[in-house]
Design a binder for this molecule. Structure first.
Ligand SMILES: NC(=O)c1ccc[n+]([C@@H]2O[C@H](COP(=O)([O-])OP(=O)(O)OC[C@H]3O[C@@H](n4cnc5c(N)ncnc54)[C@H](OP(=O)(O)O)[C@@H]3O)[C@@H](O)[C@H]2O)c1
Length: 342
């Protein structure tokens, strides 16, 4: 029986240097409605770097705390009133914070069962990145087979997920990414546009006979967001879901982008705009969250999807993982391995 646990914490908001490993002398104890989970995998995502910098609106906690937006683990102990799960079962959650830890206690109502046969590294890749992609395609945009989409940041974690799920839906796809990600984006079935050397508006319009696309998925913001609205077909929708440029200090203004989105939504010009947030949609529709994650686990079990895992790194290398994300070096996803035993 393990008597101490290791966690990675944020000591204060700031650079990757604020991520530190700490050891605690006892395991956390589950409350009555909670289960204790031995975490197998979590991930390092751009969103975790925002939380680390104190730039994520939905996290009000003050350091020190453990980040970790998602996790897959094994149930290790049950609270007195738990009925839905058994010790030894594999479970998943979108934790938002807390998963950079060997053990975590979570309310049973939040958890989704993970099929035993899945690789915990592939399974964890589905919780934040694929869910975001899946819900934007199916719940927000409600895309139809044969429609045309433009994905910005197409070589990133959400971008690669959008392309893989888009291919399953038989979409015509265009993806912006730097030249280093050309091969990856092309291999996932999209036409690659190098945003550093090409004007994506001109390129998309010229490749679609001036028509444009049905949907744009944009987490970049700023000038890119303005261009995204310009490449929509009549009847098309811009789905905004992040502000990469502004978070990275490369321009853009988040409040102004929200005003633009609102204006485009209400302005009667046959095109529309909306914002997707995984947390807000889960708060409104916990049932959709569980249904959609279960469907993604099924797609993985049926080998219809295969997450692009760029690196598997031990939790102790969380700092390095965050540095690589902020350098845009990652192609797809970085998974953090917390424990190897299943
Ligand atoms: N709203 C939500 O619920 C939600 C959920 C998940 C994630 N997000 C947001 O989604 C965004 C992406 O997350 P992620 O985990 O996929 O991050 P990621 O893996 O770091 O991918 C971001 C990608 O964007 C590319 N990029 C940077 N500047 C660009 C530009 N001007 N044009 C096109 N591509 C550019 C980067 O690589 P290259 O420059 O090399 O191409 C990188 O591959 C983040 O802003 C995150 O906060 C939102």
């Amino acid at each position: 029986m393990k008597m101490s646990i290791k966690r990675v914490i944020i000591t204060e908001f700031g650079s990757p240097d604020v991520l530190k490993i700490v050891e605690e002398k006892s395991l956390p104890e589950p409350k009555s409605d909670e289960v204790r989970i031995r975490v197998m995998t979590t991930s390092a995502a751009f969103t975790d770097t925002m939380i680390r910098k104190g730039k994520y609106r939905d996290v009000k906690d003050k350091p020190p705390f453990s980040p970790g937006y998602d996790m897959v683990g094994v149930v290790d102990k049950l609270g007195e009133s738990v009925t839905k799960f058994k010790v030894g079962q594999t479970v998943a959650d979108l934790t938002v914070i807390g998963a950079y830890s060997e053990y975590i206690c979570l309310p049973e109502d939040r958890l989704v069962a993970v099929p035993e046969e899945l690789d915990p590294a592939e399974a964890v890749s589905l919780i934040l990145s694929y869910m975001t992609a899946y819900q934007m395609l199916n719940r927000t945009a409600k895309v139809q087979s044969g429609q045309r989409i433009l994905v910005h940041g197409a070589g990133g974690a959400v971008g690669t997920a959008l392309l893989q799920l888009g291919k399953l839906l038989d979409l015509e796809m265009y993806g912006t990414a730097s030249e280093s990600k050309n091969e990856l984006v092309t291999s996932l079935g999209a036409t690659h546009i190098d945003y550093n050397s090409e004007d994506f508006i001109e390129k998309v319009l010229s490749m679609t006979n001036g028509e444009g696309v049905n949907f744009v998925f944009d987490a970049i913001g700023g000038d890119v967001l303005k261009g995204s609205f310009k490449v929509l077909k009549p009847g098309g929708t811009l789905v905004s879901y992040g502000f990469y440029q502004s978070i990275m200090g490369k321009g853009g203004n988040v409040p102004l982008d929200f005003i633009r989105l609102l204006f485009w939504k209400i302005w009667p010009n046959k095109r529309s705009a909306t914002f997707y947030s995984i947390g807000s949609l889960r708060n409104k529709h916990e049932d959709w969250f569980k249904e959609d994650l279960t469907e993604l686990f099924n797609l993985l079990a049926q080998k219809k999807i295969k997450p692009t895992i760029w690196k598997r790194m031990p939790l102790s290398e969380a700092k390095r993982a965050h540095e690589l994300i902020e350098q845009a070096a990652v192609q797809g996803k970085i998974v953090l391995i917390v424990s190897n035993q299943t």
